[in-house]
Write a protein that binds this ligand. Structure first.
Ligand code: WT7
Length: 629
């Protein structure tokens, strides 16, 4: 057991090697003047024109960073390495689900691939500011596509490769993409997931899509519309794809990407991130908080369709000139030691994964890990949901063999990069996400906006603006202000409940809004409910998250059927399948429960709080607003 007072000292090996030896001094320096701290971090990167101002808060909460500066994240992720000896070092090692398939790219050859993709996008008329939708699995082309879009000043919108055609269609239409980049299919546990087919269904009625670029990946049969679809390998042979492609210098505040994420309402919202501040924040956290440098091989197992992947799979390792490692497959296929086999074979130094993966692997037992020599590991990182003390210890003792730094870190799609973590040399508290990163300050507030005493629960807020912050919600500036900046003036509302203990460590409790974290994925109850009610048998329903040992939360849906339908196991299975197909397999409900009615307020709002309390056998709380029979 671990309680909140447990402090675990970092292993000697970590202390010996850490880049930041005196973490207290760093935090003190950054706290004393966050803006000066960020300016110093920015000075390590390349800018084609310097900034006039580091932070412009005159239009708050529409903050701006490094105003007047010109740059491009690709100048820092690739171009600047090409004039040094890093040109010939490995930028990317990729291993397929069939681990005998390996592709490697030096910085030099990665640049060639990105130039080729960028030339093709330009030939299709993609212009600065246009949104390019990327629907690709974890294959090298997802690097090429994202970096190519960024290189020419376009905006990427990566949609997670597990989303259904409906979800993809909604994101393509909302972003008005003219180009979609996809594959024939992706490998999932030995079978092919038909991604091109999903794109076909998604773009059939899309008014904006003119071109679909299809990477050949599985070699499976797909239908190609000659007026719209192009094989990437055929485009790559054309003269238009050849030759140098200039990295367009953009304004530091120009958008780099949008990433859709679930919120409290059915319509997913897209966080807008920009070139300038985002690259600074990634560079800084990778160096100070994760201690990953040029000589390291870095494996973040996340998918670039989620923010962890965009930030710490694609951009952060390249900005630091490290070698990124990417694996196409899952942690348990074909065997639950495939990850450790890869760590052993490729000599991975730093690994970043999610609690759900750690708990899944833990259940298979230690022997799968200990039979491999994974002694190259130095940094072990977890994010996405709380890393419970038991999983923390397993990660630390069994995977890290007591020699590694286990680094939990808290942040969000909206924050772009980490906000709360523990630096390698900082003593750890298993189960806590750590302390605010250098330059950030957090607080826990009560309903009225007062800071609660140490150890009490409340709403977690971020007190300082930060360089990688979302600039707005795509096309919804008002929703940006309302969601994040309206409950309390001047501070960013995270949507999480948390407490801060007497030592200043942050303990995340969970979401305070209608968002469920399932295996680290953020799923809106409204999205699940919309998918469930689109089934003809369903009259209405309510989705809630209940604790689950491996996934953190499981989705339970209470369903009221239309007259003429009877609840049965078959119907429950059918509804679960329906959600999997119309929304995504990651949102598939674990349990469908048929009920006669749902508890509602007199104004007709479903009281999920009451449902959750009932399911957990807890006190139902204040029922005064509950509608009478
Ligand atoms: C939500 C954001 C880490 C970025 C990827 C997820 C939860 C995230 C932790 C953590 C406890 C965590 C929060 C947050 N969360 N990291 N280390 N400990 N909870 O980004 O999908 O936008 O989800 O994930 O609830 O608000 P996201």
């Amino acid at each position: 057991m671990t309680d909140e007072s447990t402090l675990i000292q970092p292993p000697q090996e970590v202390l010996d090697q850490a880049n930041v030896q005196d973490w207290k001094a760093l935090l003190e320096r950054a706290d004393a003047d966050p803006v000066a701290f960020w300016e110093g971090e920015a000075a390590e990167l390349e800018w084609s024109h310097p900034w006039d101002k580091v932070l412009d808060d005159s239009g708050a909460p529409f903050y701006k960073w490094f105003t007047g500066a010109r740059t491009n994240i690709v100048s820092n992720a690739i171009d600047r390495h090409l004039t040094t000896a890093r040109r010939n070092k490995l930028a990317l090692i990729w291993v397929g689900e069939d681990t005998s398939k390996v592709r490697t790219f030096s910085y030099f050859s990665l640049n060639r691939e990105v130039e080729q993709m960028a030339n093709i996008l330009l030939s299709m008329g993609v212009q600065k500011g246009d949104v390019v939708t990327i629907y690709l699995p974890r294959i090298p082309e997802i690097y090429f596509a994202m970096l190519a879009a960024a290189k020419i000043g376009a905006v990427h919108s990566v949609v997670f490769a597990g989303y259904s055609s409906e979800a993809l269609n909604a994101r393509i239409d909302d972003s008005e993409s003219k180009v979609v980049i996809t594959v024939d299919g992706s490998w999932i546990n030995g079978s092919v997931f038909p991604m091109k087919k999903i794109v076909d269904d998604a773009v059939r009625f899309s008014p904006t899509v003119e071109n679909v670029i299809v990477v050949r990946n599985t070699g499976s049969e797909v239908s190609m519309d000659p007026t719209r679809d192009h094989w990437y390998h055929e485009l790559a042979r054309l003269p238009i794809a050849q030759g140098h492609c200039e990295t367009v210098q953009v304004d530091a505040e120009d958008p780099l990407f949008i990433l859709y994420t679930s919120g409290s309402t059915g319509k997913p919202k897209a966080a807008v991130h920009v070139h300038g501040g985002y690259q600074v924040h990634l560079s800084s956290t990778m160096k100070n908080c994760l201690d990953i440098h040029e000589a390291d091989r870095w494996w973040c197992t996340a998918d670039p369709g989620w923010i962890t992947g965009t930030s710490y799979v694609i951009y952060a390792p390249l900005i630091r000139g490290a070698t990124a490692f990417m694996a196409e497959g899952s942690p348990v296929y074909p065997y639950p030691d495939v990850w450790w086999q890869l760590v052993e074979h490729y000599g991975i130094n730093g690994m970043f994964t999610a609690p759900t993966a750690i708990r899944t692997l833990m259940r298979f037992g230690d022997a799968w890990v200990t039979k491999h020599d994974i002694s190259t590991l130095r940094i072990l990182v977890s994010a996405g949901e709380p890393l419970n003390p038991e999983a923390w210890r397993w990660f630390h003792d069994v995977v890290g063999q007591g020699r590694c730094s286990v680094i939990d870190n808290w942040w969000q799609t909206e924050t772009g990069a980490m906000q709360v973590t523990s630096l390698p040399t900082m003593p750890k508290k298993p189960g806590s996400a750590g302390r605010p990163i250098p330059g950030q300050a957090v607080a826990v507030l009560d309903e009225q906006g007062n800071e609660v005493p140490a150890g009490s629960d409340g709403f977690l807020v971020l007190k300082n603006p930060w360089p990688s912050m979302l600039r707005t919600l795509f096309k919804e500036p008002q929703r940006y202000v309302e969601t994040y900046w309206s409950k309390y003036p001047g501070v960013y509302l995270t949507g999480d409940s948390a407490r801060i203990d007497e030592d200043g460590y942050v303990w995340i409790i969970g979401r305070t809004d209608d968002v469920i974290k399932v295996s680290g994925h953020r799923i809106g109850t409204a999205e699940v409910e919309a998918a469930v009610t689109s089934h003809p048998a369903v009259a209405e329903c309510a989705a809630i998250g209940l604790p689950h040992e491996v996934k953190g939360n499981a989705i339970h849906v209470l369903v009221v059927l239309n007259t003429g339908y009877q609840g049965s196991n078959e119907l429950a299975a059918e509804i679960r399948q329906h959600v999997s197909q119309t929304l995504s397999p990651i949102a598939k409900p674990d349990v469908i429960e048929f009920v006669d009615k749902l508890p509602k307020t007199r104004s007709g709002k479903i009281m999920r709080r009451v449902l959750r309390a009932r399911a957990l056998g807890q006190d139902e709380g204040d029922l005064s607003t509950l509608e009478n029979d």
